[in-house]
Write a protein that binds this ligand. Structure first.
Ligand SMILES: CC(C)(COP(=O)(O)OP(=O)(O)OC[C@H]1O[C@@H](n2cnc3c(N)ncnc32)[C@H](O)[C@@H]1OP(=O)(O)O)[C@@H](O)C(=O)NCCC(=O)NCCS
Length: 159
């Protein structure tokens, strides 16, 4: 696997990985194309030997708190899971952002997503730092029977 920033040509594959995951909110292809164009510097794609994206993380620096890296979506193709790929992508993208002042990682996870919860717990443990949980968006706010989105805030990270 090699890690790098996405380009616009990765947009359709990111959309496909989210569709295949089955438990993520699927946004429009436009959203993934735009993300790959404008937020490439805070996102990462893992490519297999053939150059095909096997996983990705999309995220951004919060405009009102640029020391916070917010992870928007993470997905790993089912045949590449449980091999540490998501953890390595998270380490890769956060390590690249630390020199730019990132000290906290935030994401939201639905309470039924054990894999995602463990991914962020594992990251907090490896960094020897705390992780706090708080509902960010409720079922009422999200509507359509959506599970609540629980904010996981990790940090502070060491310099
Ligand atoms: C969540 C997801 C990205 C994890 O990817 P992955 O590459 O398999 O994760 P890793 O192998 O790096 O594992 C990270 C940690 O989570 C644990 N983990 C991974 N999958 C797990 C599962 N299904 N159940 C419990 N723990 C799990 C691993 O054991 C590891 O913990 P450790 O460091 O203590 O060993 C992947 O399962 C996925 O794409 N799921 C569908 C999309 C999704 O739910 N995305 C997250 C919400 S945006």
């Amino acid at each position: 696997m090699t890690f790098g920033q996405p380009t616009v040509s990765d947009g359709p594959r990111l959309w496909e990985l989210v569709n295949q995951a089955g438990n993520l909110d699927v946004n429009s292809r436009y959203a993934y194309l735009l993300w790959c164009r404008d937020f490439a510097g805070t996102s990462v794609v893992a490519r297999d030997a053939a150059g095909r994206a096997a996983g990705f993380i999309t995220g951004y620096l919060r405009p009102s708190a640029p020391d916070v890296y917010f992870v928007w979506q993470v997905a790993v193709a089912s045949d590449h899971r449980r091999r540490g790929l998501a953890r390595r992508m998270l380490d890769h993208v956060v390590d690249a952002l630390r020199p730019h002042g990132v000290r906290f990682v935030e994401t939201t996870v639905t309470p039924d997503n054990k894999a995602s919860m463990r991914l962020f717990e594992s990251f907090a443990e490896a960094n020897g730092t705390a992780m706090s949980l708080d509902v960010l968006f409720s079922e009422q706010e999200l509507g359509s029977g959506h599970e609540p989105e629980v904010l996981h805030r990790i940090g502070p990270l060491a310099d």
